[in-house]
Design a protein around this ligand. Structure first.
Ligand code: HEM
Length: 411
């Protein structure tokens, strides 16, 4: 049982430590949380993501004050009330829309950094898996948010995506209707996606961010060479004043100040987009109110879903669904599919380096093709080849990495 000093001044350091162990928390999470020196600005993307999520939460709360989750009123509450009547409503909407799009760009950069430097390997598997759960949750958050303005794309994208739950020729229509709460998207559908977007998904995301940070604490952050440090010994050097010799820096204040610098540059670019190019985050078709009797000629998702949409599209209904499911889960399995003993960056792992860059180019091609209408046979063919390439790359990964010899960085 801890000893409590009856004379400790309320809320003084001593008083707080006896109740919350604030000093221990500060040490474990901040001043004695050691980060390798050998990293670059890409390692600030995690903080950029956390900050962008904060922006989404704050702007979302302001929008929530005026949004009405009713199929007859939702469109006007967004496009008229928030955009024209509420002071600075347009600003909160543009901030929210731009952040929703940019967050995916940063997530992809963060994921690719992890793949390039092998940050999912040896002891870091749970960081990767919790990260992938965050990716799936962000996808659900973005999709449910897209339903809320109840425009043409909200309605028809909602129709197409929920149709996927009929599971192809199994024609599991009962499941689709159960999800929609009706035969077609309507009030029940909007109500439940509203709940998902403003309550359940944000709660899940917050929980997962805490888990993601927790999984980082024990294995520590990876570095540019994938080198395994003796963190205690390196930390001792730092504490003894041998700062040049030590390979690590404390999270607070040293690493944090670098993060804040990157965040500063990021927010300049972010607000440049908000004030001058917000249209990129708004689909023009969604400025028409939902009309169940008028199907848009070309239905497509937001840019960040296009690569997986293009894996679904070129195949027949059932096969397309199988590959679409494959694309959703395969990244999660990466720590187990990469069989090589190396935690070195991709530039030191020759075949893996080729695999990595082909994957990046292939996903860009899939994204571009996914935006084009499926009517042009050349583009349809390119899309199909890119989809096969994606599938082939993942099937080949264990075989490519199994043969890898130990290189530069330590195991
Ligand atoms: C909102 C979502 C996310 C937040 C707030 C977040 C936050 C962070 C932070 C702060 C770090 C430590 C510093 C850094 O490496 O940037 C980190 C590391 C990491 N994250 Fe995320 N992350 C998110 C999503 C993801 C996703 C989608 C993945 C992919 C699966 C992922 C995989 C990783 C990995 C592998 C590391 C370890 C990097 C290393 O050790 O070098 N994260 N994350």
């Amino acid at each position: 049982m801890a000893h409590f000093d009856p004379n400790a001044r309320p809320f003084s350091n001593k008083w707080m430590n006896e109740r919350l162990a604030v000093d221990t928390l500060k040490r474990v999470l901040s001043t004695e949380y050691w980060i390798p020196k050998n990293i670059n600005f890409l390692w600030a993307m995690g903080m950029v993501l956390a900050a962008t999520f904060g922006v989404l939460l704050i702007s979302g709360i302001f929008l929530l004050m005026y949004y009405i989750p009713d199929t007859k009123l939702a469109f006007d509450s967004v496009n008229y009330t928030i955009m024209s009547e509420v002071g600075y409503g347009w600003l909160w909407r543009h901030v929210h829309g731009v952040a929703a799009s940019v967050v995916f760009l940063i997530i992809y950069i963060h994921m690719l950094t992890g793949i390039y430097y092998g940050s999912y390997k040896k002891g870091r598997e749970l960081i990767w898996i919790s990260g992938m759960l965050l990716f799936v949750s962000f996808s659900a958050e973005a999709f449910s948010g897209y339903m809320l303005p109840w425009g043409q794309m909200s309605y028809w994208a909602g129709m197409v995506i929920t149709n996927l739950f009929s599971l192809g020729s199994l024609e599991f229509n009962g499941l689709v209707e159960w999800i929609r709460g009706d035969y077609v998207p309507g009030q029940a559908f909007l109500g439940r996606f509203f709940m998902l977007h403003v309550l359940l998904m944000p709660l899940i995301i917050i929980g997962l961010i805490v888990l993601h940070f927790g999984t980082l604490r024990m294995p520590h952050v990876n570095n540019k060479d994938g080198e395994e440090y003796d963190f205690d010994a390196e930390a001792e050097k730092w504490k003894a004043g041998k700062r040049k010799e030590s390979k690590v820096i404390p999270f607070n204040p040293v690493f944090l100040s670098k993060d804040v610098f990157v965040l500063g540059i990021y927010f300049i670019l972010f607000f440049y987009l908000v004030f001058y190019h917000f249209e990129f985050a708004m689909d023009p078709v969604n400025f028409d109110p939902a009309d169940p009797l008028k199907t848009p000629t070309h239905i497509y998702p937001e840019w960040y879903f296009l690569w997986s949409y293009e894996i679904l599209r070129p195949f027949s209904k059932d096969i397309g669904l199988i590959w679409f499911g494959f694309a959703q889960v395969i990244f999660m399995l990466l720590p187990f599919l990469d069989r090589s003993p190396n935690v070195a960056p991709a530039n030191r792992r020759r075949p893996f380096r080729c695999w990595f860059w082909i994957l990046v180019v292939d996903m860009i091609v899939l994204t571009i093709m996914g935006k084009l209408p499926p009517t042009d046979p050349t583009f349809a063919l390119i899309g199909k080849v890119a989809a096969y390439t994606f599938i082939g790359l993942w099937i080949a990964l264990p075989f490519i990495t199994m043969k890898e010899k130990l290189v530069g960085g330590k195991k």
